[in-house]
Design a protein around this ligand. Sequence first.
Ligand code: F6P
Length: 320
Amino acid sequence: MLRRIGVLTSGGDAPGMNASIRAVTRTALYHGLDVIGIRRGFEGLLDGDFVPLTRSSVGGILMHGGTILRTARCAEFMRPEGVNAGAAKLRENDIDALVVIGGDGSFHGALELHKRGIQVIGVPGTIDNDMAGTDCTIGFDTACNTALECISKLRDTASSHDRMFIVEVMGRNAGFLALETAVACGAEFVLVPEIPADIEAIIKKVHYAKEHGKTHSIIVLAEGVMPAHELADKLKGKCDYDPRIVVLGHIQRGGSPSCFDAVLAAKLGYAAVECLLDGKMGMMVGRIGGEIVASPLQKAWEERRPLDKDMLRIMETLSI
Ligand code: F6P
């Protein structure tokens, strides 16, 4: 019988993680369950770094960036002995089920716990949006908004100085963050890991744009393609600009969640506890076509979600 659940955040933090912790906690309390927060992800699980979560301890955190439970990437949890120790820790502390909020790396750990008989549900939280089983992960929308705000400012100075800016955005091996941001900010070019980089095409396009009166250029580069300085070296001397580079980096992981992310976090946190109450295990919750759906945890990484073809076409069309 389900009496006490644990919740942890793991991997890279993402805006909206606190809103998810709140949603999980409040839904569980609503149903009469006790909630234990596990600090520092799987690392904290192994150390027994636990804190009871109450209605008021998750009050006022909704719009805070980061995660009140803190997070970590835990190498020890990649070994079977580490996972065995984690499962034992949960049992010793009478934690009947666990909600793991994080990306696909965290879901690998969650699946291993599930294989050892622990009831686990995953909530997708990462700015990368690189997980199948959901159209959007918690934090992605906010990260895109942050990048958009930064690039809008860069465009001001790019147009004043007739400059090219190469803006490197995060996303690990996926181009979702880059493509979404590039369309939103009206970039002249986007480079994503899913499509081989064509430097000649960039050079041609920059020349064409110059001939047609464009005096500045913004290239959005996904970090998974190559570092910004490498792209700048490839372009130097080949087009009429001396490119400046900006690496947005971890700034994309901070800040208050957007309305979209706060609502997504509420829906998925709520759904995760509902799944536990229904006896589901080894599943993740996600939002597909507006519906909240549960899928096996492995779906997150076994199917690589492709970039939206329409978005690629829109990018190509609007950046002539
Ligand atoms: O997965 C989220 C993410 O921000 C990626 O976009 C990025 O590649 C990575 O984490 C950075 O990790 P770290 O914070 O460990 O440097």
